[in-house]
Design a protein around this ligand. Structure first.
Ligand code: NAD
Length: 259
C-alpha cells in the first residue's frame, strides 16, 4: 500500500485520466477527493471507490476561486489533511489560430492555468502549516514539450504548467512540498474521442487516418497511452519520499516525444 493514510485531491476526476488516478490511489490506501464540475459523476465515481469513508465527490469549477476554496475546505473538514493534489481538470478545443474564438482561448487557459494556480494556492496554504509536506502533480501533455496544429491555447497552457511546477518546487522545498508534471501522449478518453471527428473534418481525412497518421504517427509502436499508464506515473510521483524528485516533467507517450 503505497498511499496508506494519505489524502489526495484530484481535479477532473469524474472521468478519464483523473478518475483512474483517484481509483489507483484509493486501491493503494489513500482517501480521495474527486473534485469535478460534474458533481453527479464525481459522486458516482466516489461510490465506486468505496464511498464516504474512503472517497467523496466535491463540486468544483477549478476556474472559480470561491468554489476551489470551498472544495478544499470541504476536503479538509472531511479527511483532516491533504497530502497530494493532482491538478488534472482540462478540456480541448481545436481550431486554426487565425479563426480561434477569443472566448474559447480564455476558457481553455482559465481551466488549465487558473485552475492549476487556484488549487495549488489553496492546498499550499494547508501544506505549509503542518509537517510532512506534500506532492503536487500537474497533468501536462506531450504538448507541454511539443506543438501540434490547431491546438494553440492547449499547447500554450501545457507549456505553462511546467513553469508553474518549477516555481512550486523552488518555493515549496523548505516545506517538503514537491511539484512535478506528467506529460502523456494520446489517451482514449472522452476528451480525445471528441477530437477525432473534429480533426477529420478540419483536415479533410478519415477518422482512422486521424488516429494513425496524426495521433499515433510518431509513437514507436502505434499504440495509445492508457489511463493506467498515466495513473502509475501519478502514483510514482505521489509516493516518492523526498525532494530529490521535484520540478520534473515525465513524458509517457510510447516514444512520441523523446527528451
Ligand atoms: P476527460 O474529458 O475524460 O475528463 C476531464 C474531466 O475534467 C471531466 O470530468 C470534466 O467534467 C472535468 N472538468 C472540465 N472542466 C472542469 C472545470 N472547469 N472544473 C473542474 N472539472 C472540470 O479528459 P481526460 O482526457 O481525462 O483529461 C484529463 C487531463 O489530462 C486534462 O488536463 C488533459 O489535458 C490531460 N491530457 C489528456 C490526454 C489525452 O489524450 N486524453 C493527453 C495528455 C494530457
Amino acid at each position: 500500500m503505497r498511499m496508506q493514510d494519505k489524502v489526495a485531491v484530484v481535479t477532473g476526476a469524474a472521468s478519464g485520466i483523473g478518475k483512474e488516478i483517484a481509483a489507483t490511489f484509493a486501491r493503494e490506501g489513500a482517501k480521495v477527493v474527486i473534485a469535478d464540475l460534474n458533481k453527479a459523476a464525481a459522486d458516482a465515481a466516489a461510490l465506486e471507490m468505496g464511498g464516504t469513508d474512503r472517497a467523496i465527490g466535491v463540486a468544483m469549477d477549478v476556474t472559480n476561486e470561491a468554489q476551489v476554496e470551498a472544495g478544499v475546505a470541504e476536503a479538509l473538514a472531511k479527511f483532516g489533511r491533504i497530502d497530494v493534489l493532482v491538478s488534472n481538470a482540462g478540456i480541448q478545443v481545436v481550431s486554426p489560430l487565425d479563426e480561434f474564438p477569443f472566448d474559447k482561448w480564455k476558457q481553455l487557459l482559465a481551466i488549465h492555468l487558473d485552475g492549476a494556480f487556484l488549487t495549488t494556492r489553496a492546498v499550499l496554504r494547508h501544506m505549509y502549516t503542518r509537517p510532512g509536506g506534500g506532492s503536487i502533480i500537474y497533468m501536462g501533455s506531450v504538448h507541454s514539450k511539443e506543438a501540434s496544429q490547431l491546438k494553440a491555447p492547449y499547447v500554450t497552457a501545457k507549456h505553462g504548467l511546467i513553469g508553474l511546477a518549477k516555481t512550486v518546487a523552488k518555493e515549496g522545498a523548505k516545506h517538503g512540498v514537491r511539484a512535478n508534471v506528467i506529460c502523456p501522449g494520446f489517451v482514449r478518453t472522452p476528451l480525445v474521442e471528441k477530437q477525432i471527428p473534429e480533426q477529420a473534418k478540419e483536415f479533410g481525412i478519415s477518422e482512422a487516418e486521424v488516429v494513425k497518421n496524426i495521433m499515433l504517427k510518431e509513437t514507436v509502436d502505434g499504440e495509445f497511452t492508457t489511463v493506467q499508464d498515466v495513473a502509475e506515473t501519478a502514483l510514482f510521483f505521489a509516493s516518492f519520499g523526498s525532494n530529490a524528485l521535484t520540478g520534473q516533467s515525465l513524458v509517457v507517450s510510447h516514444g512520441w516525444f523523446m527528451q
